[in-house]
Design a protein around this ligand. Structure first.
Ligand code: FDA
Length: 391
């Protein structure tokens, strides 16, 4: 005995809920399956519980993918303004925190409630605590075995996300399905993840808990945001952002004094030679960081007693503090996964696999990864709508 639907959607996260609501509201009979006991768990913990649900300025450069143009089609047809309009229709108050990042005034629970209400108005049949045992392609469509039952539908949407934060039930299931159907998967790796440091970088580890606004650089990519020192290495928005671009073996550089000129210590010496060098830095940077940087650079004594050449070299070092992380905190701590189902395999308009009619991949499982700041949810909503309109 099997139950029949027009479409089956695997994964009730942001992308799956959006696709289900869209397809249901178009009149499709939709089954939404998830192995978790509640929908939208990552939405609930996102943005410190307030969900950074979109960004006012999602441009192509904010997404990493082997094909940087892939996301443009879906994102131009379902924009941040469409999602804001939906949020407002549901009476959810929101605010811009910084850098175009939009958060709920209240709670991320409001976003999940909104998506569930949208699914309900589309008559979506959502079933939770349903582990997926098998996915198969048949003449008339797809068969999914789940929770000891058989479900059949003409189309199948895989919205099971990526493997970041496995303890929340995240899996690489989307990749397994892709490989089962012969589709390429771009090597997944953790992104938006804290970086770890070896013993030789003890300077940073001693500073656990200290945060500072910096410019961080990896190769040609830079971010100007806060860095946070942790007992394992570095975190904070600047580091999470650059982690998406970092590959093992690469160096990272931090500019601790991005607002100041190249030779700022020599300039300070001229204006106030009697000032202690470390005093000159306090006020510009957190005191514990200043102490550590002074020990590492040998900066000590009155500015007027120090040679210009020495001050220049210290200024330069503070502008370009280069070090080599020895790794990341991995999928256990990564907010997202880079890589995934290759965009070369999918239609950028519908998210349907080019070689497997009726099979769709959306959300984080696809090789499209946004910066920190609401970009990943905007991709989840837009790719979900693209598939929901096409199934
Ligand atoms: P998502 O992972 O949300 O959903 C996948 C669903 O599939 C889950 O419900 C899961 O249970 C289910 N599933 C997985 N494997 C399965 C299997 N084998 N069988 C059945 N079901 C399965 N982004 C952003 O834009 N703004 C933000 O504020 C944040 N904040 C944030 C904080 C933290 C701590 C994390 C970990 C992540 C964020 N993100 C974020 C990223 C954002 O959460 C992420 O990009 C989206 O949730 C991806 O949505 P998806 O629907 O693709 O996957």
């Amino acid at each position: 005995m099997s139950e029949h639907f027009d479409t089956i959607i695997l994964g009730a996260g942001g992308a799956g809920l959006m696709a289900a609501a869209t397809a249901g509201q178009r009149g499709a009979r939709v089954l939404l399956l998830d192995h978790a006991d509640a929908p939208g768990k990552k939405i609930l913990i996102s943005g410190g519980g307030r969900c950074n649900f979109t960004n006012l300025n999602p441009r192509a450069e904010c997404y990493l993918s082997q094909n940087p143009h892939f996301a443009k089609s879906a994102m131009s047809r379902y924009t941040q303004h469409d999602f804001i309009a939906l949020v407002e229709r549901h009476g959810i108050a929101w605010h811009e925190k910084t850098l175009g990042q939009l958060f709920c005034d209240g709670s991320a629970r409001q976003i999940v409630a909104m998506l569930l209400a949208e699914c309900e108005s589309g008559g979506v049949d959502m079933r939770l605590s349903m582990p997926i045992e098998e996915v198969a392609c048949e003449e008339s469509g797809f068969r999914v075995s789940s929770g000891g039952k058989q479900f059949r539908a003409g189309s199948l949407v895989v919205a099971t996300g990526g493997p970041s934060i496995p303890k929340m039930g995240a899996t690489g299931f989307a990749y397994d399905v892709a490989r089962q159907f012969g589709l390429k998967v771009v090597e997944p790796r953790p992104a938006l993840v804290p970086l770890t440091l070896g013993r030789e970088e003890a300077l940073f580890r001693d500073l656990s808990g200290v945060a500072a606004p910096v410019v961080v650089r990896c190769d040609k990519t830079t971010f100007r945001e806060a860095a946070l020192f942790t007992h394992k290495g570095l975190s904070g928005p600047a580091i999470l952002q650059i982690s998406s671009y970092w590959k093992p073996g690469q160096a990272i550089s931090i500019d601790f004094v991005p607002e100041l000129g190249a030779d700022f210590l020599a300039v300070l010496k001229k204006s106030n030679p009697a000032q202690l060098a470390r005093k000159a830095l306090i006020g510009l940077l957190p005191e514990r960081l200043v102490e550590a940087l002074c020990v590492r650079t040998g900066l000590d004594g009155r500015l007027g007693d120090l040679k210009d050449g020495f001050l220049s070299s210290v200024s330069q070092r503070l502008h370009d503090w280069t070090f080599q992380p020895n790794g990341t905190e991995g999928f256990a701590k990564a907010e997202v996964t880079i890589g995934g189902v290759s965009t070369a395999e999918l239609s950028s308009r519908t998210m349907e696999a080019k070689s497997v009619p009726g099979l769709f991949f959306i959300g984080e499982g696809v090789d499209v990864t946004g910066w920190l700041g609401g970009y990943n949810f905007q991709w989840a909503w837009a790719s979900g709508v693209a598939a929901g309109e096409a199934v």
